[in-house]
Structure formats: C-alpha cells, structure tokens
Design a protein. Structure first.
Length: 187
C-alpha cells in the first residue's frame, strides 16, 4: 500500500476500481493544521483528469499493471489489431485505447500494450520511429536565417514541424514522446 508520503509523478494507483496516474502533486504543510497533498491525477482508461487533495496518512492501492510486447498488425476502420510476440494471441483495440500512439505506429512495428486486470488499456510506441514524408510544401528561399520550420504530413497521417530542407519522400526519425523531428534517415 502507498501512503501520501509516497506520492510522486507517474505513480500508478487504484481509485474506485480504476487505474489512475499522478500527473502532478504538491505536499503542503500550512502553519496551522495538518499537512496534506494536492494532486492532479489522470484516469488511465478514460483519460479524465481530476484535482484531488489527500490528508497525510491516507493509503492507496498500487495499480497492478502489466506490459506485454506486441506487434501491430493492421488497422481496420477504427480498430487496431495487435499480436502478442510470445503467445501469438491477437488483441483488438479501438481508437480510444490507442490514443496518440496511432500517430506513430506502422504495420509490423513492435509496441508495448499496457494491461490492467487482464484488460488492455493503452499502447506505448517505441521512443523513436522512422516514417516517410508524404506531403510537404517546398521551403522558401531566404527563410533559413533562424532555423525556420514547415509542417510535413507523415505516412501515418500525423503532422509535425520539420526543417525547410525536408521534402516529400524523405524518411525521418521522429521522437514519439515529443513529436519532434530528429534527423533524416536513408532507406
């Protein structure tokens, strides 16, 4: 069991039978009265965010989460199909569970699927992926003085900002945590 003294960012706890993650917290010790902890927590299933205050000494149940290595197979409508690399079982998730990871996953990519009580609740793509630029305006001459950027649409449908020299057909390495261009790669 966790107590309020154990609260920190990314701590995963169970509240009312659902997994929550601590986004932000602040331990407060007023001049008068008992200490308490203000938290901002996010439901890992629905994505809703709450601000909650806990008195010192309150206890929390740890969220029993498991991560499984899986391979993304294909997308059909708003359903994503994954295969467990160890057992070859297939799992189907909808857009809500995949979330922003849909911007970075391509067929045959290995991802991590997060489970809570044997139910898949989220997808974590690798930190770095390589994607093709399918649409990008040409850079304008003279716009290079301060490291200007332009939008580029990737093969997954995501749009990111890239340097002016990037053109359609280039392959880019992208940081999925920040949605930032890192470098061009050769294919």
């Amino acid at each position: 069991m966790y107590e309020t003294a154990d609260i920190r960012k990314n701590l995963k706890i169970v509240i009312d039978g659902a997994p929550w993650v601590v986004i932000d917290f602040q331990h407060v010790k007023p001049g008068k009265g008992n200490a308490f902890t203000r938290t901002r927590i996010k439901n890992m299933i629905t994505g809703s965010v709450l601000d909650k205050t806990y008195k010192t000494g309150e206890r929390f149940e740890p969220a029993a989460l498991e991560e499984h290595d899986m391979q993304f197979l294909y997308k059909e409508g708003n359903r994503f199909h994954f295969m467990n690399n160890a057992t070859y079982e297939q799992v189907e998730l909808d857009d809500d569970h995949v979330g922003d990871a849909a911007n970075w996953i391509t067929e045959n990519l290995s991802v991590k699927i997060l489970y809570f009580r044997d139910q898949p609740i989220g997808v974590t793509p690798p930190n770095f992926v390589e994607l093709e630029v399918i649409e990008s305006d040409p850079g304008l001459k003279g716009d290079t003085a301060t490291g200007a950027t332009k939008p580029a649409k990737l093969s997954t449908g995501a749009t990111i900002f890239v340097p002016l020299f990037v053109k359609q057909g280039d392959w880019l390495q992208i940081d999925t945590r920040t949605a930032e261009y890192l470098r061009r790669v050769s294919r």
